[in-house]
Design a protein around this ligand. Structure first.
Ligand code: TRP
Length: 456
């Protein structure tokens, strides 16, 4: 029986630990680095509203479904899907969902780690005081110098991957929860300080309008907004599922999911409110791409009171946020190696981490040596480099597809009695959840896919 299964990897020591770890997974570079730059590239307003709608109508329900499946299966996503498919009398090919998640996590971490490396480099840049009084041009050239050096990017990427492997080897339950508990609230406070600075630029309302006034959006923009809802909540690849598998029975899945989504969204919106006023005040381009936060926030740190200290602390906390996210990206693969190959956690972490490190070289070089190598896939994208291709394939295709299959399994194939028993929530909450997962998620994902390739 599902209720008697135990995870061989242990359990969270408390329900709070689970919420902390899952929030740590959700809040990361996606909120502070990615959200502002993709909102900037896709015109702001409408993009942000679609992203918010996707969080509420797709993100929260899928998060509940993932936690529910994980807690019922109590194993790595691959084995959880295998066990649950069997228990529910379904086709064994559902393990493929677990595998797709492992591949997606590997690909995402390979570039995530490189960007986390930028944040680490910025800890030291900021601490050295180079940004004091800096101009937009000065900040810009500091960023270009960093990314055009494969050696620097490689060194930071290596350090970040080692940090990730160390924590994953010890088991996700030891070590980083405390970081989430104390450091995430600090990150929030520092973000508020930058927002306060942004208010003094005289361009605050322009930032607000950019973020919230509806305008034009392309079919691809809609896809990116939806993909980001999955990315930012760590959904669609089994990260939250594997965290759910360590969850004791008495935690309310619905409550936890709503809390995580609210915290995550708050951080992203604050990041937007911090960055766009600085963009407009300095005549910068909102759609300039992945360097956006690194070319705007240092201007704020360079001009605010105690900016060197605030800025250094900010980037330290950003690295922590990235760290607590990165571990969840390889945990499904590591848990699987431990379960099926009888490997020790340390060995499993080194294998997966090593492979991810190697894959990350592609992203390191795509900002310098391979910057001119781009390609196009008809109907999908045009002139993307290595990093952009990985990001597109994972965030916009693999995660929503994973979410679609999770929805189909949880709402159409699993017996109602199973999901009702596992979610153990009020009847009305259950009914709303089921409706959203059964109809809204699949229809929305399919429509957005079709719109992105201009089929409708
Ligand atoms: N959610 C994290 C962020 O916003 C990144 C992340 C961690 C992630 N685990 C994931 C993204 C799983 C997709 C799937 O930075």
């Amino acid at each position: 029986m599902a209720t008697e299964r135990k995870s061989i990897h242990g359990q969270w020591s408390s329900r709070m630990m689970f919420i902390m770890a899952a929030t740590g997974s959700a809040v990361g570079l996606g909120n502070i680095w990615k959200f502002p730059y993709i909102a900037g590239e896709n015109g702001g307003g409408t993009f942000v509203l679609i992203y918010l709608a996707c969080i509420a109508l797709i993100g929260v329900p899928i998060m509940m479904a993932e936690i529910m499946l994980g807690r019922r299966g109590k194993q790595s996503p691959i084995n959880t899907m295998k066990t649950l498919a069997k228990e529910e009398g379904r086709n064994q090919n559902w393990v493929a969902l677990g595998w797709m998640g492992v591949v997606a996590g590997f690909l995402i971490l390979s570039y995530y780690s490189v960007i986390a490396g930028w944040a680490m480099a910025y800890v030291f840049r900021t601490a050295s005081g180079v940004f004091t009084g800096a101009t937009a041009d000065g900040v810009n050239s500091i960023f270009s110098d960093l990314v055009s050096s494969p050696e620097s990017l490689l060194a930071w990427h290596t350090i970040f991957m080692v940090m990730t492997m160390v924590v994953v080897s010890r088991g996700v339950k030891h070590g980083l929860e405390q970081a989430v508990r104390y450091l995430m609230p600090c990150l929030l406070v520092l973000l508020l300080l930058v927002v306060a600075y942004a208010m003094t630029t005289g361009y605050f309302m322009q930032g607000v309008n950019f973020l919230f006034t509806p305008g034009d959006i392309t079919g691809e923009g809609v896809l990116i907004a939806m993909g980001h809802a999955f990315f930012t909540l760590s959904l669609g690849m089994g990260a939250i599922m594997v965290y759910g598998s360590y969850l004791p029975k008495d935690t309310s899945i619905a409550q936890a999911s709503v809390f995580i989504a609210l915290a995550d969204t708050a951080v992203a919106l604050l990041a937007g409110l911090a960055i766009f006023p600085i963009v407009f005040a300095n005549g910068l381009e909102p759609g300039q791409g992945p360097g956006l936060i690194f070319k705007t926030l240092p201007i704020a740190f360079g001009h605010m009171e105690a900016g060197t200290l605030v800025g250094t602390a900010f980037f330290v906390l950003l690295v922590f946020a990235a760290w607590t996210s990165a571990i969840s990206l390889i945990e499904p693969a590591v848990a699987w190696l431990v379960e099926n190959k009888g490997m020790k956690r340390v060995h499993a972490s080194v294998w997966i981490g090593g492979a991810t490190w190697l894959m990350g070289l592609g992203t390191v070089f795509s900002f310098n040596l391979w910057a001119d190598h781009t390609w196009s896939i008809p109907f999908l994208f045009k002139d993307y480099d290595f990093f952009e291709t990985l990001d597109y394939l994972t965030a916009n295709i693999m995660l929503p597809l994973g979410g679609l299959f999770i929805a189909i399994f949880a709402a159409w194939l699993m017996r109602e009695s199973s999901s009702r028993d596992e979610l153990a929530t009020y009847n009305i909450v259950y009914k709303v959840w089921r409706f959203l997962v059964k109809f809204v998620t699949p229809v929305a994902v399919i429509i957005v896919f079709l719109k992105a390739i201009n089929a409708i």
